[in-house]
Design a binder for this molecule. Structure first.
Ligand code: HSE
Length: 309
């Protein structure tokens, strides 16, 4: 028997919500999991890069593969170990660009294997297993649930994920540069401790973020998107980012500009009227420093991961 799962891309943090806010976008990875009938055939992992945009040569094809690890954790949850498995990963989501590609394949492997096993795990268990592997819940929750999600991750491993309402007319312009930045490197520049006043600054702004969504208040959202916990430290890893943020600040219709997850992509939240202006500004800023980019405007994707076969 074989099952496929289609899982959206996600962007985490959204400015003020470091490690707790994220949203889903309509770009997908598809993970197929098959229990092979031939005993002793072991694990087979195939990776297909849909748009030929990723370097997939270094992705492990053995038990170190993150999809396999996710599936193994699910089997362990029901007191079993996986035996013969064939896993196919079809990637449409660019890797190491801040679009949640690892969360997407972890979730895809988990929900496909869960279906194969007769659904022993509910969403709460899947959220918790996937977050344990990923290390933070902010990409995992919207990958599973879709839309915009606020996540808590408790010391006992449980994840409390709450969907927030996103105004239909707010869209995201994703600016995806042509280089990779691993989450590991991007987290390594963050301090272990931050000043109390910076923590309180983000606390205020994330509360405003939630209120701005509930009231569809673009002016409040403009204020809310600011951050002092991660973006200031990561600016040096994303050349051109501070200039882009400054240039976009004055454009009517632009609600805000944030680093997508750990970067290096940049997400511009706007009212849908400024696609070309944003594209021109970002293209000019990055081409000055020889960075090519793909720039697309898309809605927030309100559905989560789905079984498709
Ligand atoms: N919240 C995580 C970070 C997201 O910023 O490091 C990584 O995709």
């Amino acid at each position: 028997m074989k099952v496929s799962a289609k899982v959206p891309a996600t962007i985490a943090n959204l400015g003020c919500g470091f490690d707790c806010l994220g949203l889903a976008l309509p770009l997908f990875n598809t993970i197929t999991v098959e229990e092979t009938v031939l005993p002793g055939s072991g694990i087979e992992i195939n990776i297909i890069d849909e748009n030929n945009q990723n370097d997939i040569s270094n992705i492990p094809r053995d038990k170190n593969n993150i999809v396999y690890k996710a599936i193994e954790l699910l089997y362990n949850y029901i007191g079993q170990s996986p035996n013969e498995l064939k896993i196919s990963i079809m990637t449409e989501i660019p890797v190491a660009r801040g679009l949640g590609s690892s969360a997407s394949v972890i979730v895809g492997g988990l929900i496909a294997a869960n279906e194969l096993l007769g659904k022993p795990a509910d969403d709460a268990v899947l959220l918790s297993i996937a977050t344990e592997l990923e290390g933070h819940p902010d990409n995992i929750s919207p990958a599973i649930l879709g839309g915009v999600v606020l996540s808590d991750w408790e010391p006992d491993g449980s994840v409390c994920a709450n969907k927030l309402p996103w105004p239909d007319d707010w869209v995201i312009t994703m600016c995806i540069p042509d280089y990779e930045l691993s989450t590991e490197i991007s987290r390594s520049v963050l301090p272990n401790e931050v000043p109390m006043k910076d923590a309180v600054y983000n606390l205020r702004h994330s509360a405003m973020f939630v209120q701005a969504l509930h009231t569809k208040d673009a002016e409040l959202m403009k204020l809310a998107l600011k951050d002092k916990l991660h973006q200031p430290y990561r600016m040096k890893l994303v050349p051109g980012l501070s200039g882009i943020m400054n240039d976009l600040k004055h454009i009517d219709g632009v609600i805000g500009c944030v680093l997508a997850g750990a970067g290096p992509s940049v997400a511009v939240i706007q009212d849908g009227s400024k696609n070309d202006v944003i594209k021109d500004i970002v293209t000019a800023a990055w081409s000055n420093i020889n960075v090519d980019a793909q720039i697309y405007t898309m809605p927030v994707y309100n559905e989560g991961a789905k079984i498709i076969v």
